[in-house]
Design a protein around this ligand. Structure first.
Ligand code: DAH
Length: 333
């Protein structure tokens, strides 16, 4: 820890101790003694202010702020105590709680970086007519694999790669698992435009870019006369809205069990191609499993990871930061 961090920590410790002492005194005389001890000419806070001059220039603002905050805190606790003692109103509640004690200020929460990216994507897609629903994370193998045409031998089914429970369920390995449930839930006939997002789980070794929990967003669009051109134009609209008008995208032929043809889509980022998402035309088997007649309707689908987008957006270099819930880290965004 740097010197300035140590110093500011010390300042807040002093404020804490002072507040406790002040809150527990019972006479105005004792209260006055505490004012002198902390805020008087030779008081601890006043002395700290004098230290300011000796600090390196760069550390002055942070230290000054810390001392001021401490001073304000002590002052307001002191005023509150004075008010309570002067009126003799040590109002004791029935359960012995002193309602005149100063309260603690609540911290203000912020939205998690992944959530910020998600909200943005969701907003754009809702604007394009997609509905949003949540789907189970604890999923039947059927929905996660079989119904999506994933063969028995497919490596993603391996228990080294996925989390199975004893009753034969799996923690969804991708949000694509929502497709069949969605088609059946809407029990409906197309047009269907729907999406979901949330946590997915895979047995990955943890490092700067891998974590066994990650977040994805998946979407489907099913109607008559849907073609790969609709997929492309939808992705262009979505990604330009998200990343700006002048982006360049690259569609690379790829393979997924549930789509054909399939593509992976990259975006040019700082002179390099970065993989963004998987996409393709929904296979007839998958439509049929969802109760939709593939001779009448076609669909496209795409799925993307949200972690990498959030990391890029906020220049976060290690995925672990996104899941460790360190308040100091999170309150920067
Ligand atoms: N589920 C795939 C993955 O996790 C991503 C994906 C590819 C989703 C193609 C789709 C799709 O909906 O059509 O890597």
């Amino acid at each position: 820890m740097s010197t300035i961090e140590l110093l500011t920590r010390e300042v807040s410790l002093i404020a804490e101790t002072a507040s406790q002492e002040i809150a527990s005194v019972d006479s105005l005389e004792a209260l006055e003694q505490l004012r002198i001890k902390y805020l008087g000419k030779e008081g601890k806070i006043t002395k700290l202010m004098k230290e300011l001059g000796r600090l390196p220039k760069d550390d002055k603002p942070a230290f000054g702020q810390a001392v001021n905050a401490a001073k304000n805190q002590i002052q307001s606790v002191w005023e509150a105590r004075k008010g309570a003692l002067s009126t003799g109103a040590r109002a004791q509640g029935v359960d012995g709680i002193d309602v005149t004690m100063p309260g603690l200020r609540q911290g203000v929460g912020r939205r998690h970086p992944i959530h910020q990216v998600l909200e943005e994507l969701k907003g754009i897609l809702i604007g394009m007519g997609f509905r949003y629903d949540d789907y189970p994370e604890y999923e039947e193998e059927y929905y996660n694999f079989d119904a999506l045409n994933t063969p028995d031998w497919h490596p993603s089914r391996d228990s080294h790669d996925s989390f199975y429970t004893r009753d034969g369920h799996v923690l969804r390995t991708h949000t694509t698992a929502f497709q069949i449930r969605c088609m059946r839930m809407l029990s409906s006939q197309p047009p269907i435009r729907a999406m979901t997002a949330g946590r997915c789980y895979r047995r990955d070794e943890i490092d700067a870019t891998h974590y066994p929990i990650f977040n994805q967003l998946d979407a489907i669009c099913i109607d008559k006369n849907i073609s790969f051109a609709d997929l492309k134009s939808t992705l262009y609209t979505l990604l330009t809205a998200l990343l700006g008008q002048d982006i360049r995208l690259r569609f690379r032929p790829s393979y997924f069990p549930f789509t054909t043809p399939s593509a992976e889509v990259d975006v040019l980022w700082k002179g390099r191609w970065m993989e963004l998402l998987g996409a393709g035309m929904m296979r007839p088997e998958v439509l049929r499993n969802g109760g939709i007649d593939p001779d009448m309707y076609q669909g496209f689908a795409f799925g993307m990871g949200l972690d990498r987008l959030a990391m890029r957006r906020f220049a976060i270099d290690d995925i672990r930061h996104l899941y460790e819930n360190d308040e100091q880290f999170l309150c920067q965004f």
